[in-house]
Ligand binder design. Structure first.
Ligand code: DC
Length: 218
């Protein structure tokens, strides 16, 4: 079946990023953070003052943008040679990404960019539709979730650690709003792929989640 792929889908803040990155490292595989591609496009659009309803312009920019990913301690992302890593993690970027991600034209343009990450010896792909749309023939699929309260708490802690001011109640509201948008959109909505291993990480450590996935794929 070619290069093996492990897909890890789920809502924002479930721990997909950390778990996928560590798994990729442990397996010696490549890592695709598909959310960062949607986030990068959101940043490109903001830089050029493009309105979110100008679909033709959005598609043009999505086709033209050149992204470079360097996976070291964390992920470093360059958009048209400019390092955008700092803006990538902002809540406002995630929310803008979720809005443009609902456009089928955008998803179509970004599909191939994501599939190009499937390179030997293997790929861990993290997102919303990795197991359902982008890599439907992946050998192993995981759906990783956690309660919205737990996800907001984790995000709150991360932001505080970075010295960024945050409000737990509004973070919870934003997370729930983003989940609703990602789940209810018509194209490639967030849902569990058939045959996927379901993990609720609400009361689990990162290590426990990783061990569960390793048990599943071995
Ligand atoms: O995983 P993330 O929080 O970085 O993703 C940001 C947004 O991008 C998310 O709210 C929806 C969109 N997204 C998507 O539609 N499909 C993906 N495979 C990954 C992200």
């Amino acid at each position: 079946m070619g290069t093996p792929v492990l897909t890890i889908d789920g809502p924002s803040g479930a721990g997909k990023g950390t778990v996928s990155r560590l798994l990729a490292k442990q397996l010696g595989w490549h890592y695709l953070d598909s959310g960062s591609i949607y986030r990068s496009l959101a940043i490109a659009l903001a830089k050029q003052d493009v309105r979110v309803d100008d679909v033709a312009m959005i598609v043009k920019i999505a086709k033209a943008m050149v992204l470079e990913f360097e996976c070291d301690e964390g992920l470093v992302v360059k958009l048209d040679k400019e390092d955008i890593t700092a803006q990538l993690g902002l809540e406002s970027t995630g929310n803008a990404a979720s809005i443009i991600a609902a456009l089928p034209e955008v998803r179509e343009v970004l599909l191939q960019k994501q599939q190009d990450f499937r390179q030997a010896p293997g790929l861990v792909a993290d997102g919303r539709d990795m197991g359902t749309v982008v890599f439907p023939n992946a050998e192993k699929k995981v759906f990783l979730t956690a309660s919205s309260e737990k996800r907001a708490e984790r995000r709150y802690k991360q932001l505080k650690e970075k010295g960024i001011d945050a409000n737990l109640a509004s973070l919870t509201k934003e997370i729930e709003e983003r989940d609703r948008r990602d789940r209810e959109r018509a194209t490639a909505p967030l849902r569990m792929a058939s045959g996927a291993l379901f993990i609720d990480s609400s009361d689990m450590t990162i290590d426990a989640v990783i061990n569960k996935v390793l048990d599943f794929i071995q």
